[in-house]
Design a protein around this ligand. Structure first.
Ligand SMILES: Cc1cc2nc3c(=O)[nH]c(=O)nc-3n(C[C@H](O)[C@H](O)[C@H](O)COP(=O)(O)O)c2cc1C
Length: 161
């Protein structure tokens, strides 16, 4: 590899993003959740969004088999959820409040926006798998402040005026 992977990571970290927790549920009812800032909008018609999941992620196979996911876009006061779902081991779901919509994927209260999706397709993304989902249902909060991730740290939006 000609690029310095540490440098690549730092350079990519200069792109400020929001933070999501991608959730899902398996056929046997096991709940899945992983923090992801690789979320992006893709298409308006059909309504498509994407995220990419590390091939090394513990729950990759389960997400692929589930065929559904929900994108929970975290608000500023939900940093704790981000930390909890960025850990690979332990019971991520103990004490977590959620509801379910059409796909059965867990939906957190108090998010900035939520998208309940059926997997449209998955694509090879090198050491990640790209999941594209068709949005079936959504919600948004027009007033909540976003949780921001930038240069490896959490932050808040600074007003420009
Ligand atoms: C702010 C933030 C963003 C992250 N974004 C991603 C991402 O887009 N894709 C990914 O695969 N992992 C991402 N991670 C790491 C996963 O959340 C972490 O590897 C998690 O343990 C995966 O869950 P699993 O191994 O239990 O499946 C991110 C972590 C943080 C803190």
């Amino acid at each position: 590899m000609s690029l310095d992977s540490r440098e690549l990571r730092f350079a990519l970290g200069n792109f400020p993003t929001g933070v999501t927790v991608i959730t899902s549920v398996t056929d046997s009812g096991e709940l899945l959740g992983a923090t992801a800032n690789s979320f992006s909008s893709v298409s308006l018609d059909p309504a498509l969004v994407l995220f990419s999941l590390d091939r090394g992620a513990f729950s990759l196979d389960a997400y692929q088999k589930a065929g559904v996911f929900a994108v929970n876009i975290l608000s500023l006061d939900q940093q704790e959820l981000s930390s909890r779902f960025a850990r690979a081991l332990g019971d991520k779901w103990e004490g977590i409040e959620y509801e379910t919509w059409e796909t059965g994927s867990p939906i957190f209260p108090g998010t900035l926006a939520t998208f309940d999706c059926r997997v449209w397709n998955t694509y090879d993304g090198g050491d990640h798998v790209i999941f594209v989902g068709e949005v079936l249902q959504m919600s948004r909060d027009a007033n909540a402040a976003p949780l921001i991730f930038f240069r490896g740290q959490y932050g808040a939006l600074a007003p420009t005026h």
